[in-house]
Write a protein that binds this ligand. Structure first.
Ligand code: KG4
Ligand code: ZN
Length: 342
């Protein structure tokens, strides 16, 4: 009984990625290879992702990255059973590269093609290398998205709450920029915060006491902007980073707690599981705070390994694997979808 082998391809933003996954004897998804090539060097001098340059870089690298993924996996190209590419959401010029490449691979191999929603990839990323059954509560915290989802099954997502303005990762990146940290600064905030006093600055927590488990970060950014103009010393920078990090922790703690109640209302006595995925899930302090909350509330805390929190193609292949088993394939004229909510 041969296990399916899936090639995943990701190019929705500034990461060119390809991966090969399969299942082990117990039916647990297993990564055979996962290659991620970041474009940080291409975009650094512009302080953010430049879509046209990102697309060009994807075009230059996608074939080599895919070849590397196949070589490292130890499989032969004709053993691939299906090709899964991210079709959205993301930058259309970037999406088009991986989508077209994936379709061409599927066509030439005469194997099915599967179009994948990038957010669904993040949502299923914790299923790689571990056994995780539906339903579970998902907090997706990335550079472009922040939402609580009740994940009931493949393709069955109920949104319980979302940011009404900026994403958490965006707030991290903007704060970093205001502190003069080079792009991409989000992860660096965590490093600064360790050296600062989190009680130094009082920052707003928009819609903290209302709006259910919806979130808001725009007011926070404005407050950081004001304070950053008065800052003179490095210590003050560290203090602002620490105060910002602490405020985010408090918001995520409080809103997750509300989401837990809503999840329990829907799923009743089902075993309570809380999955945190997306780039910001790599933040150790946020992990710690949410793990504590889970202990208090009797939820099982599940975090993907750090290398699967950020954008990668293994998570895209993961969605491909589940769809493959349900014969959910797509035509080769499937369009790129810059906007594609779950
Ligand atoms: O999931 P991801 O790689 O890409 C998107 O789909 O957006 O997330 C990237 C985001 C960026 O905003 C980045 O600053 C943030 O994740 N991020 C972090 C950390 N590592 C990455 N934010 C806070 N702390 C970190 N350690
Ligand atoms: Zn992402």
């Amino acid at each position: 009984n041969k296990k399916p082998i899936i090639l995943g391809i990701e190019s929705s933003c500034d990461e060119t990625a390809a991966a090969i996954i399969t299942e082990n004897k117990q039916g647990i998804p297993t990564i055979l290879s996962s290659i991620v090539s970041s474009q940080i060097d291409v975009h650094r001098e512009f302080g953010g992702v430049v879509p046209e340059l990102a697309a060009r870089s994807h075009v230059e690298k996608i074939d080599l990255i895919t070849k590397k993924a196949i070589d490292e996996s130890g499989i032969k190209m004709d053993e691939i059973d299906a090709v899964a590419s991210t079709a959205g959401p993301g930058l259309i010029v970037c999406l088009s590269v991986g989508l077209s490449f994936g379709k061409a691979m599927a066509y030439s191999l005469n194997k099915p093609f599967i179009a994948v929603n990038h957010l669904e990839g993040h949502a299923l990323s914790p299923k790689l290398n571990c056994e995780l059954n539906y339903p579970y509560l998902l907090l997706l915290i990335s550079g472009g998205h922040t939402q609580f989802l009740n994940v009931q099954g493949l393709g069955k997502y109920k949104r319980l709450g979302t940011t009404i303005d900026d994403a958490v990762g965006e707030a991290f990146d903007k704060t970093a920029k205001l502190l003069g940290i080079e792009f991409p600064g989000g992860p660096q905030i965590e490093v600064y915060a360790k050296k600062g006093n989190p009680k130094k600055y009082e920052l707003p927590k928009p819609i903290f006491y209302k709006g259910g488990c919806n979130l808001s970060f725009a007011g926070l950014k404005t407050a950081v902007l004001k304070i950053s103009k008065q800052i003179k010393t490095d210590q003050e920078k560290y203090d602002l980073a620490a105060s910002f990090q602490k405020t985010i922790e408090e918001i995520l703690y409080k809103k997750s707690k509300i989401a837990f109640e809503e999840f329990k209302k829907i799923n009743g006595t089902a075993k309570n599981k809380f999955v945190v995925a997306g780039g910001v899930a790599a933040n150790q302090k946020i992990r710690g705070v949410l793990i504590n909350l889970c202990k208090e509330e009797n939820f099982e805390a599940i975090f993907p390994p750090i290398n699967l929190c950020g954008d990668n193609a293994a998570m895209i292949a993961m969605v491909g694997l589940e769809k493959f088993k349900l014969n959910q394939f797509n035509k080769l004229n499937y369009p790129a979808k810059p906007r594609w909510p779950l």
